[in-house]
Each structure stands twice: as C-alpha cells, then as structure tokens.
Ligand binder design. Structure first.
Ligand code: ADP
Ligand code: MG
Length: 274
C-alpha cells in the first residue's frame, strides 16, 4: 500500500518557498487502480515523485508498504517497490540501444541472464519494439520513446506502478496495448501481492477505467471518488479547466433538451476500444 498523510511540498524559488502540494492525504491499496487528474502545474508529477521517494516531503509523510520515504536506509527498496514511468521519457534513457535500455534496470537488480533475456523479448514484443531493438533511444519518435519507457519499467516487475501521462504521445493501438497490460497486471497477481496502480492522465475517458479518481488542483486534492459519480458534476471540472468525458457532456445536453429517454449507459462507449 502507498499512503500519504498530510503531505506538503515546497520548492525553493529565488527568494522564497513555493507551495506545490498541501495537505495531501491519500491511500492506494494493493490491487487498486486509481486515476489522477489535474490541470497543468497542479502538482501531479511532483506527487508521483514523492510517492516513489525521489523527493522527500517537506512536511507530512509518505509510506510505501509501511516504509517511510524520509528514511534514507529504505530509499533503494522504495525506489524498487514503486516503478515510475516518467512523463518525459528522455529523462529516463541511459543506454545506447533500445534492448540494452530495457535490460539496464534488470542488470541493476541482478536478474539472471536467461530471465533477463526472456523479459526483454517479452517487452519488445508487447510494445511493438522488435524492429527498433538496435536503435538508439534518442533517435526514436516521442511515441516510441514512451513505449521504451513503459517497457523498461514494466520489465522490472515493480511491486506498485505509477504512470505519469503515459499515453500523451501514444497512437491508438499503443494506448490499447497499455490498457491491456494494466488489465493483465491486475488479473495475473493474487490479491495478496497485487500492485497498486496510479495512472496520471489528462484524458478523462481513461479515468473511467479506474476504480477511483483523484483530482488535484493547486496542490490540493479537491475531489476523490468513483469516476462515474464525480463526472456527473461537470461544473466542478470546468471550474478548474477540465472536462468530463464526451458522453457525460452529450448526456447532459440531451437532458437539457428534454430528451430524458437516452440513458448515459446507452451513450457510453468502451473508453479505449471504440
Ligand atoms: N524542481 C522544481 N523546482 C521548482 N519548481 C518546480 C519544480 N518542479 C516543478 N515545479 C513547479 O511545481 C508546480 C507543479 O509542477 P508539476 O508537479 O510538474 O505539475 P503537473 O505535473 O501537474 O503539471 C509547477 O508550478 C512547477 O513549475
Ligand atoms: Mg506532470
């Protein structure tokens, strides 16, 4: 489980501290799939970095499977336990070729060679990267880099996973593949060892996949709940510059036009596949 208690974070600017996160208390239970939305600059990436211990909180606490991220002796264990797929994949690439990039984390973990090769092949196949295995990561397109970043983190089989806007550069088939992968991660693990998965996204329809949606605004959690219920309150999203998924808006418009016979369920498409 990943949990924060009254987490606050400030960055030092030239002559003062800038508050980025304030009073954030949340729990991501084992096996839970949670989405996080918020406008640009609301603190989503900063929160992700706090949750895997890259940044210690300024105040409050972040606990990963009972370990406090402020305790330096747990640093390595926490970083391994919480896989973070960075928003900007360039920040993550270190190796000269795609396949060595995917193997890099496994080498650090001391994964035996045959197992390492098996996992690298599986990830190359899963994310359509076989033709690029010998390519230099920095020469790939944005979407290809994003797939390498996903493959590199998932190959390490971290206990929990945070995806920071992983689909921003992906085409439709790659997006479908990512959501299939998330479903498999959830299905293949027994509940005792199931990962907590946090998906940061700017696409409201992706949040419909999650069991719970968190909404961050100016560093504070302003909404938490079932995505279908939160999205009924379109005003709350519009006030902070976000939108519920298209079907929710169409349904509202139909109701406003007196066409109450069309239900939201009739309108809802499979959020990814259609
Ligand atoms: N290393 C940093 N130093 C100073 N300010 C930062 C740093 N990283 C992020 N910020 C600021 O913190 C705020 C939140 O940023 P971020 O967490 O990236 O938000 P989001 O991911 O929601 O767009 C922004 O105002 C950003 O400019
Ligand atoms: Mg961000």
């Amino acid at each position: 489980m990943i949990a924060t208690q009254n987490l606050a974070l400030q960055y030092a600017a030239a002559d003062r501290l800038v508050a980025v996160l304030s009073g954030v208390s949340l729990e991501l239970a084992d096996g839970e799939f949670v989405a996080l939305m918020g406008p640009n600059g609301s603190g989503k990436t900063s929160l992700a970095r706090c949750l895997n211990g890259i940044i210690p909180p300024s105040q409050g606490a972040v606990m990963v499977d009972g370990l406090d991220t402020r305790d330096v002796k747990h640093m390595l264990e926490i970083r391994r336990a919480v896989g973070l797929v960075f928003q900007h994949p360039d920040n993550q690439m270190v190796a000269p070729t795609v396949e060595r990039e995917i193997a890099f984390g496994l080498e650090n973990l001391g994964v035996p060679r045959p197992e390492m090769r098996r996992r690298v092949e599986e990830m190359l196949l899963r994310f359509d990267l076989l033709p690029y295995r010998q390519h230099a990561p920095h020469q790939l397109s944005g979407g290809e880099k994003q797939r390498v970043a996903l493959a590199s983190i998932l190959a390490m089989q971290p206990r929990h996973i945070i995806f920071d806007e992983p689909t921003s550069l992906l085409d439709h088939p790659s997006r479908v593949r990512l959501f299939e992968t998330i479903s498999e991660l959830r299905a293949n693990t027994s509940s005792a060892s199931a990962p907590a998965i946090l998906l940061i996204t700017q696409f409201a329809e992706e949040a419909l996949f999650a069991e719970r949606l968190l909404v961050l605004h100016e560093g504070r959690l302003i909404m938490q709940g079932a995505p279908h219920e939160l999205f009924q309150n379109a005003e709350a999203f519009q006030q902070i510059g976000l939108q519920p998924p298209l079907e929710f808006r169409v349904h509202r418009q139909l109701l406003a036009n007196g066409q109450a016979s069309v239900s939201l369920q009739d309108l809802l498409l499979d959020p990814i596949l259609q």
